[in-house]
Unconditional design. Sequence first.
Length: 326
Amino acid sequence: MVTIRAIADLRFMRLMLWTGLLGSTLLASNALLAQDEEAEEPPEYSRGGADTCLRCHGDEESAHILEIFEGPHGVMADQRTPFGGTQCEACHGPGDEHAGRVGFGQERPPIPAFGANSRATETEENEICLSCHRGTGTTHRFWEGGTHERQDVGCTDCHSAHVRKDPVTVASTQPEVCFECHVQQRAEVHRAYAHPIRFGEMGCTSCHEPHGSPSEAMLANMNVNQNCYECHAEQRGPYLWEHAPVTEDCTLCHNAHGSNNPALLTRRAPLLCQQCHSRLGHPGVGLTGNDLPSGNASAFLLSGSCTSCHSQVHGSNHPSGATLNR
C-alpha cells in the first residue's frame, strides 16, 4: 500500500530531477551565448588609419593609390566621403588583422573587401559602394534587378576609385571601359557612319543608364524615340502626315551605334523602303549591278532613290503631303 510519505518522496525526487535538468539547460544556454558573443566580436580598425595602409601601399609600385587624395573619395573635409570617416577602411573594411604583425614566412591575412585576396563576395563589395551611392533621386535606384546586376557585374569592374577622375565618368574615355564587354558595339561605332562616340563628343551614358533603368536596353528615357528626340528634336513632330515606322521605333530604319550606310540606315534605299512597300505598280528596283542602269530601272533611283520624290520621310505638315513628297 502506497503511503502519503512515499508519494511525497516521489514528488520530491521528480522536483529535484526537473530542477537538475533545468539547471543543466540554463548552463548549456549560457555557454552557447558566451560562445556567440565571442564569435560576434566586431573586427578592429587599425590605429593609424590611412597612415597604416600607406606604410606598405605608398611605395613606387603602388603610387597610383595616392591619386585618391586628388579625387572625390579623398576629401577629408567632406563627411560624405570615405576619408571624411574611417579613410581606407571605410571601403576596405577593418584592417587591424591585415595590418598586424605576422611571423616570418607566414602569409598576411587578407583584407576584408576589394582586392585580389578579398574575403568579401562581389555582392558584398557592391553593397559597400551602394551604402553611399544608393538613394532616392540618384541614378542607382534601379540597380537591384537591373541587367548589369543580374550579369554579376561589380562596381569595380567599371569604376576606379583611386584616380583623380574616374575614366568611366568622362565622355572621351568612357566608351573604352564599356567596350571591354560590349565588343559588337565597339565595331559598330567605328563604321563609316556613326555617332561621334569615338571622337569623345558623346559617351555611352548619353543614351544608356548603366546602373539600371525600367526601359529596354537600359535607355536613359522611357523608349527609343524619346531617347533620340533628346538631340533630334526636329523629328519629334507631331506631323499632319506621319510615317508609321518613324512614330513606332527609330531603330526600324537606323542603327544607333553605327552603320556603313548614310544616315546610319540599316539598309540603303530602295531596299530599306521595300521591306514594307511593295514595288508592284511603282517604278522601283534594287540598286544592284544587274538592275542599274539597264532593265526596267527608274531614272529617279539613280540619285536619291525613293527620297528623290519622297523627301519628307519622317513626316509632312503640307496639306498635299500625304505621300511625304513635300
